[in-house]
Design a protein around this ligand. Sequence first.
Ligand code: C2O
Ligand code: CU
Length: 496
Amino acid sequence: MRQDRAPRRGPAALIAALALALAGAGGCANPATSPVTEAPPTRPLAIPALEEGTGAGGTRAFDLVVDEGTHDFGRGTTATMGVNAGYLGPTLRMRTGQDVRMDVTNRLDERTTLHWHGMAVPARMDGGPHQLVAPGATWSPTWQVRNPAGTLWYHAHPHGDTAEHVYRGVAGMIIVEDQAAPAGLPDEYGVDDIPVIVQDKRFDDDGQLVFDQPGPSSTGFLGDTVMVNGTVGPYLDVRATRTRLRLLNASTARVYRLALADGRAFDLVGTDGGLLPAPVRLTAIQLSPGERADIVVTMAPGERVMLRNTSPEFGGRVGPNSRFGTGDYDVLELRAAQQLRPAPPLPTTLATWQRLPASAATTTRDFTIHAQIINRKPVDMGRIDEVVPAGATEVWVLRNRDPQPHNFHVHAVQFQVLDVDGAPPPPELAGWKDTVYLAPGSEVRIIATFPPDGDPTWPFMYHCHLLWHEDSGLMGQFVVVEPGQTVVPPPDPYDH
Ligand code: C2O
Ligand code: CU
């Protein structure tokens, strides 16, 4: 099934290879995978099924079966992985305050996990690399939804195989609804509230997915075919004057800068972790892997407008990485019907929350990425890197000292960006975030309040969300502890 799986390499070999590659000037040659071949918009956009769980009143239970499957990408039958589906998984919709249980069954012949990216969950429910689900087993984490209204996602997270499992399809969207959110935002799923999961892939002559691990100084896998929700060359039939697009970059390494081809502005209403205080008019939004943007597009009857990638701005001095995925190409065509349902004006207030000043923090921690590892250490599943007091507010200083782009994702929290290279964040970085882009040479300061409950055993992760970097060790672990709790490092589940 997965005949093109790359040989597994141990961390030591990887680090040696990294050191070699970084010592040699100019980085390494990479397959020419950055150009994207456009597909004309000839297929209706697939909309993942909506799941709201079962069980009235008490706990809502979601049944999630991870399995191998097949999918039609327009190249015959392609072997894939998915969750309750041949490729990708259902959109899970839940409400703030609800108790939920996820019954995650692994029908693959290898271990995997599902991680709830962006959710505030107890550490042992996180579905990170410590919560491996063995083949044939079911894992049933539970929690109470504490996030406000927002667009989150779930994806596989088995250490060393995250990139491959996500690439093959083990990912889906989570929509959190919240009574505190204002009326007036489009919220009819699949009608005017549309998941837009953007990914890139490559296919061999038999229409099978190619997944190769690139050279050590690379950003990771880049495909030549861009798709939305698994649809190559998609169009969306727009039925209302305002359509909400929940943009999710679920690619392994590619960065997108999405804009409407006719230059029209859209309203940004939410970032990774929830709604902005008020809509912000933008003409483009950049998303690195793992980031989300909730945007509202306004259209007149009969119009067609293309959502397009327009060369991302990587910033800094991008080293030997011209292959990082530039170029302009179509992503999703929006086709408005001749009759559109009129939508009310957007609410002027979307959410009320305060910006956290740096002075609210009790601790500052430094995270410097160099040679594709954090603070000189590749991840060690048996080592706790940071111990954070429960409920603490902290500033984390994120530095990218590599000549190539990274980003930084923190589990368990939504953070705010204090500044980017000393400047206040632009509007698209001024909301709640859990993943932030780090240009080569840049320094980004973030501030977060950590969970109120401690767990001295189970760590949360922080890592680059370029999945090959994450898999090869650009990751660290923190535990959140209450006073009096003694840190007990977990057993390394990968040690055998
Ligand atoms: Cu979206 Cu640790 O990941
Ligand atoms: Cu990275």
